[in-house]
Ligand binder design. Structure first.
Ligand SMILES: Cc1ncc(COP(=O)(O)O)c(C=O)c1O
Length: 451
């Protein structure tokens, strides 16, 4: 089994790859050089990576005593008073530099709560990033509001601030940008637009634990920030979420909504003063999360270093474009995305590229598609509730507006993503990823014939 690329072999492949790159730039087919590069696995060569990738999620035996303490206490739900949940809330707020944190049952319930508290109600509109996990849309739909999609900037994969203002109507209540894959959105222009139009801003930071924008953590850059601690996340506990922010009144309102409408903090003693739900986190979840702070900080550093290394090398390969981050920001890479240009790979379709990459031992996926065309929005806007709340003209214009999302279409049709656990592997494995892409590039013409 060959876990590590030998230095000689790497230099040989890299040299062939970069020579092939110069040929491609010169507009010629690198047939001779391509033959020198190692063959892709799909053409009978050795896979670039043959070891195993780090697994996810992970746990440590040392976590067991704290979890057992909760079990043996018999006090498993948060209720009022002390316990692992408030302990986690205080620690997570400190970690992020936020004034307050409220733990919730999931990222979806965090978003649902935050939007309610920002005043999103039936018949309202929320400007949403279309390039996201479906829960972002659902959190708006659950309030019987319209998720109005701004476009995605193909360079950053996040909401294009220039596409927001034209979508604001008299019904717009809030903007919901998503720091997708832990890459911060360009928040300054978004906050400026929100201020101008008196709109709330909720950050979907469900993939952005410790991501930074201009020296501040994601989740502290707007009115409220929402996180997920679901099993796949960088700090997981099965299911879990949090809302962060600096405004005590808003956080007290969130607390009430997530706890069946009971007043706490500023609203203490007012009974059930508001509507609510049961979106509470359990002490078991908080006990698991509390064990993982150091791990999260250390692993975030490793992911960053490996992602920077991949970017520095992959961007040199024609047809591969890594993401551009806003100035002075740091991503945490829940996924490492790149855009794939088939034209530069002898028209090898993205599916063929991914098949070849997987054959090299590098798992990858196309991640999000144009989900607004799947039917969930048709189902919503054709429902009795939406038909009562919005005019037929508005709903038709809304449905037609999906066609305008050219940037998002580009991102959905060209993205190839590597999942976060790959970035926890040794540097030699990153070299193997780069080698795999170079091999595919050098032999793209032959691979295109197979596809
Ligand atoms: C961008 C984004 N938003 C919202 C969510 C919803 O979080 P949860 O699965 O914890 O409900 C997720 C989770 O995958 C997410 O990635």
């Amino acid at each position: 089994m060959r876990n590590h690329l030998t230095r000689r072999r790497f230099i040989r492949t890299a040299a062939a790859g970069s020579a092939a790159v110069s040929w491609l730039h010169a507009g010629r087919t690198p047939t001779v050089l391509g033959a020198q590069a190692d063959k892709p696995a799909l053409l009978g060569g050795q896979p670039a990576h043959t070891g195993v990738w780090p697994g996810w999620p992970e746990w440590r035996q040392s976590w067991e005593p704290e979890i057992l303490k909760v079990l043996r206490s018999g006090r498993w739900f948060r209720g009022s008073g002390a316990g692992k949940v408030p302990e986690f809330e205080a620690a997570y707020a400190t970690l992020l530099g936020a004034k307050r944190c409220l733990a919730t049952a999931s990222g979806t319930t965090a978003l649902t709560t935050a939007l309610h508290v920002m005043g999103v109600d039936a018949g309202d509109e929320v400007i949403v990033s279309p390039y996201t996990f479906i829960a972002t849309y659902n959190a708006v739909l659950i309030h019987k509001a319209l998720p109005v999609f701004a476009d995605t900037d193909p360079e950053t994969f996040t909401i294009d601030p220039a596409s927001i203002e034209s979508r604001i109507t008299e019904r717009t209540r809030a903007i919901l940008p998503v720091h997708i894959y832990g890459m911060p959105c360009d928040m300054d222009p978004i906050n400026a637009i929100a201020k101008k139009h008196k709109l709330g801003v909720v950050e979907d930071a469900c993939q952005a634990w410790l991501a930074e924008y201009k020296g501040q953590m994601c989740g502290t850059l707007a009115d409220l920030g929402c996180f997920s601690f679901q099993n796949s996340k960088h700090i997981p506990c099965g299911e879990g979420g949090a809302i962060t922010g600096n405004d005590s009144d808003l956080l007290d309102r969130c607390h009430a909504f997530h706890n069946c409408g009971r007043g706490t903090g500023n609203f203490q003693g007012r009974g059930y003063f508001t509507r609510g739900n049961n979106f509470r986190m359990q002490h078991f979840q908080a006990a698991i999360l509390l064990q993982q702070f150091d791990k999260l900080v250390k692993e975030t550093q490793v992911r960053r270093e490996n992602a920077d290394y991949l970017t520095a090398h992959l961007k040199e390969i024609p047809g591969i474009t890594p993401a551009r981050l806003p100035e002075n920001s740091r991503a945490v890479w829940h996924l490492y995305p790149l855009r794939y240009d088939a034209e530069q790979f002898s028209k090898l379709p993205r599916s063929g590229f991914m098949k070849a990459l997987r054959a090299e031992g590098v798992p990858c996926s196309s991640v999000y598609h144009e989900q607004y065309s799947d039917g969930l929005l048709d189902e919503a806007i054709n429902s009795r509730g939406y038909q009562r709340l919005f005019s037929a003209k508005r709903l038709k214009a809304y449905r037609d507006s999906f066609q305008e999302l050219e940037g998002n279409r580009q991102v959905c049709s060209t993205t190839v993503g590597l999942s976060q656990n790959l970035l926890l592997a040794k540097r030699a494995a990153m070299d193997q990823v780069i080698e795999a892409v170079r091999k595919i590039q050098a032999h793209s013409a032959a691979l295109a014939k197979l596809a």
